[in-house]
Design a protein around this ligand. Structure first.
Ligand code: GLC
Length: 726
């Protein structure tokens, strides 16, 4: 008997259960083969042991810790783990608009669903996934926007003893409702529902105890963050735009003069010749290559923006070598490539679903790579289109898959950026040979986390947007996306000096740390707000640079285990439900808790402490209470360390020179327990780690002595300079 699937049929309805590694159960209400999206990496397994029991109306299947009860008439499921009922289906809809609703039985918290401008816990809300250029639709990001730039149909349900992940593998427009009252899209009270505009009802269920375990399994299912080059963990400075080579060089020199650490500078759309992708404006950048060389010599790396919109020239052609009409998405109305409007005005959009197009596009990065560029910024890929009311390409436009089959926007819209990221990653990887590329994308689908970092699009310089970025990042982390950030200081609008300081302090503890601002807004470089503000910002950035090895080790954990760098504080104690709704504090790696200041004029704030003893990083003050008020002068961000942990600090530096880390300072925050700290080192830039050229260990302090448990020793270790006690 083939045990890798069990099939039930009732009339035209078909239910297939398939068993995957990591204890993942796939539930499909169709009998099609190979319809999974590109998000899914795993293949089903043949379970070794499984019991099946036929009852009158039901069949009961036991697999690992799960008891799956199939109602043979309705093809609905009841699923139990060792604690009891996990899922009880109410309704299954197949056909043109598939859907699934189940009873809310046990969940206290709902998290994930990618990038949502929303509070952390999504319970009692309704959300949609249809990739949207958010600022093109509303004057400012707000909670009324149920869709933003990403479509990640994955969420976690959490309670004191259990965590369950549901991944709905459906690329069309989807909707989720979590115990939300009736409304146009909502399910109803006590109901957890999913529905889609097309495709199939096909989901993967991951039943575990902790969110960490679910995220590790989800990471195996859809991939984890790449181990980004260490340099890109430094401060990134951007603006729409640094318009000339002189301006770019001046920004680079000013960072070094002011001794504010920075590693990455951006070229936004003005570096191009009339916004033609893969071109250079020769008037503004007559010595593009030489300028980059100078900037690189100052210790920076430069990222260039590449949008999907390719300018349609007056003669009806596009100015890209090798382009063919069939390489672009098509308009059935004209039988020609679809013409939309973006920065270069009339534009065509590459059909990244085709392998030949991905290869062609990937290769177009050649001249950039030759000029020393390793980072590419893919923007506007929802796809943004200024010419339509929806601000995206019309649903009628079509793609073509590699077998020549026509694929509609309905299925491709949410996946467009994913396939673009695939083209960019593969192209850059091939061109860079042994060097790691960096890719930043605005839109994404499930699985894009293995191809690109993501930022939250065009936010505004408001305190609210700074505050909301925290739950946004945390939910993105719980959707597989670890390398996330938002425009520090805000994209639209003008931040005050105080807001800029507070935002830089927060940004210093977000995985992607990028200061970016829109055209026409106040300049946001750290020296633009006066001496006091500059000193405060420098202090925050210096701290970030001292935590480089700690952060890089956390990125390694994301890469290996799918655990995000930024985590909600309930990860430390799932039994403490008071932590389920904490939006304004977060964990940064294993041992730090960051409690930023998010309001003007505030010099104190409340902190909730997960169980155990905590030590304030700066003062060494100890906290064992559940809640406390702490001080935060304008140049301070409250940071707490778990008592018993060792925090490695890099030596102060202006940029990451890449290669070996020579020296580390260790600080032991004494405590009852001896907590372990992960340390990971490699050259920070090549793929040698993939063949084992790295050093990984756990360190802890026992009776005042540093102990190291080495897991792999194939790269040089820094000198661990001194152990300071705090
Ligand atoms: C989009 C991006 C923004 C960029 C601008 C110009 O609005 O989200 O970051 O600066 O386009 O390229």
């Amino acid at each position: 008997m083939n045990l890798n699937r069990i099939e039930f049929r009732r009339g035209r309805r078909c239910l297939r259960l398939r068993f995957y590694p990591e204890g993942i159960l796939r539930v499909s209400y169709h009998d099609q083969e190979n319809v999974q999206t590109d998000a899914v990496l795993l293949e089903p397994i043949q379970p070794q042991t499984m019991e099946r029991k036929e009852l009158k109306l039901e069949e009961e299947i036991r697999w690992q810790d799960l008891r799956i009860v199939v109602n043979k008439k309705e093809l609905t499921l009841k699923i139990y783990d060792s604690f009891g009922l996990v899922q009880e289906d109410q309704e299954i809809r197949t056909g043109a608009k598939p859907g699934h609703s189940r009873k809310r039985n046990w969940e206290a918290g709902i998290y994930g669903l990618g990038e949502k401008y929303h509070w952390l816990n999504l319970m009692h809300h309704t959300m949609e996934n249809w990739n949207t250029d958010a600022l093109a639709r509303v004057p400012q990001h707000c909670t009324a926007l149920t869709s933003m730039h990403t479509a990640i149909n994955f969420y976690l349900g959490v309670s004191e003893e259990r965590c369950v992940g549901w991944y709905y593998d459906n690329p069309t427009h989807t909707r989720f409702s979590f115990d939300h009252g009736r409304g146009e899209m909502a399910a109803g009270e006590g109901e957890m529902s999913f529905s889609a505009d097309g495709g199939f009802l096909d989901y993967y269920l991951i039943v575990k105890h902790s969110p960490q375990e679910v995220l590790t399994a989800y990471g195996r299912l859809t991939g984890t963050s790449p181990l980004w080059p260490r340099k890109f963990l430094g401060l990134q400075q951007s603006r729409y735009s640094y318009r000339t080579q002189e301006e770019l060089l001046a920004v680079a020199k000013r960072f070094r003069k002011e001794e504010i650490p920075c590693d990455v500078l951006y070229l936004d759309i003005h570096y191009m010749d009339e916004y033609r992708v893969f071109s250079i404006d020769q008037k503004a950048f007559p010595n593009f290559v030489e300028t980059l060389q100078e900037v690189h010599a100052l210790g920076f790396t430069v990222i260039v923006i590449i949008d999907p919109g390719v300018k349609l020239e007056k003669d009806g052609q596009v100015a890209l070598p090798g382009a063919k009409p069939e390489y672009f998405i098509q308009d059935p109305k004209t039988g020609k490539p679809y013409v939309g409007v973006v920065w270069p005005e009339e534009s065509l959009f590459p059909d990244f679903l085709q392998k030949q197009v991905r290869e062609w596009w990937g290769n177009l990065h050649k001249a950039f790579v030759k000029a020393g560029i390793r980072g590419i910024w893919n923007d506007m890929n929802e796809i943004a289109d200024f010419s339509t009311k929806s601000k995206t390409v019309p649903t009628r436009v079509t793609h073509q898959d590699d077998e020549g089959k026509i694929v509609t926007q309905k299925e491709m819209h949410n996946q467009y950026a994913h396939y673009e990221a695939k083209a960019t990653q593969a192209g850059m990887r091939a061109l860079l040979k042994n060097q790691r590329p960096f890719v930043l994308s605005r839109a994404a689908f499930a699985g894009t986390q293995r191809l690109a970092a993501v930022w939250t699009g065009d936010n505004s310089s408001t305190w609210e947007h700074m505050e909301m970025s925290i739950p946004m990042f945390l939910n993105m982390g719980m959707s597989g996306f670890s390398m996330v950030g938002s425009d520090v200081g805000g994209y639209a609008g003008d931040p005050s000096a105080e807001m800029m300081i507070r935002w830089m302090q927060l940004g210093a503890f977000t995985p992607l740390f990028r200061n970016h601002a829109a055209i026409g807004t106040r300049h946001q470089e750290p020296w633009c707000f006066g001496d006091e503000a500059q000193a405060a910002m420098k202090k925050a950035v210096d701290m970030r640079y001292r935590l480089r090895s700690y952060l890089y080790s956390a990125l390694w954990q994301s890469h290996q285990e799918g655990i995000p760098i930024m985590r909600p504080i309930y990860f430390l104690d799932q039994t403490d439900v008071r932590l389920y709704d904490v939006n304004d504090q977060f964990l940064f790696g294993d041992h730090l808790m960051v409690c930023p200041i998010l309001r003007p004029g505030q010099r104190q704030r409340m902190v909730l402490f997960p169980k155990g003893e905590w030590v304030e990083f700066k003062t060494g003050k100890r906290f064992t209470e559940d809640v406390a008020i702490v001080e935060a002068a304008l140049d301070e961000i409250p940071i707490f360390v778990r008592a018993g942990a060792v925090i490695p600090l890099d030596m102060p530096s202006q940029f990451d020179p890449e290669g070996e880390i020579e020296e580390l300072e260790l600080i032991h925050f004494e405590g009852e327990e001896n907590l372990k700290t992960k340390l990971y080192f490699d050259d920070g830039q090549s793929f040698a780690f993939e063949s084992g050229a790295y050093r990984e260990s756990w360190i802890h302090v026992e009776d005042g002595i540093l102990r190291e448990e080495i897991l792999r020793d194939q790269y040089s270790a820094p000198v661990m300079k001194s152990i300071k006690k705090r």
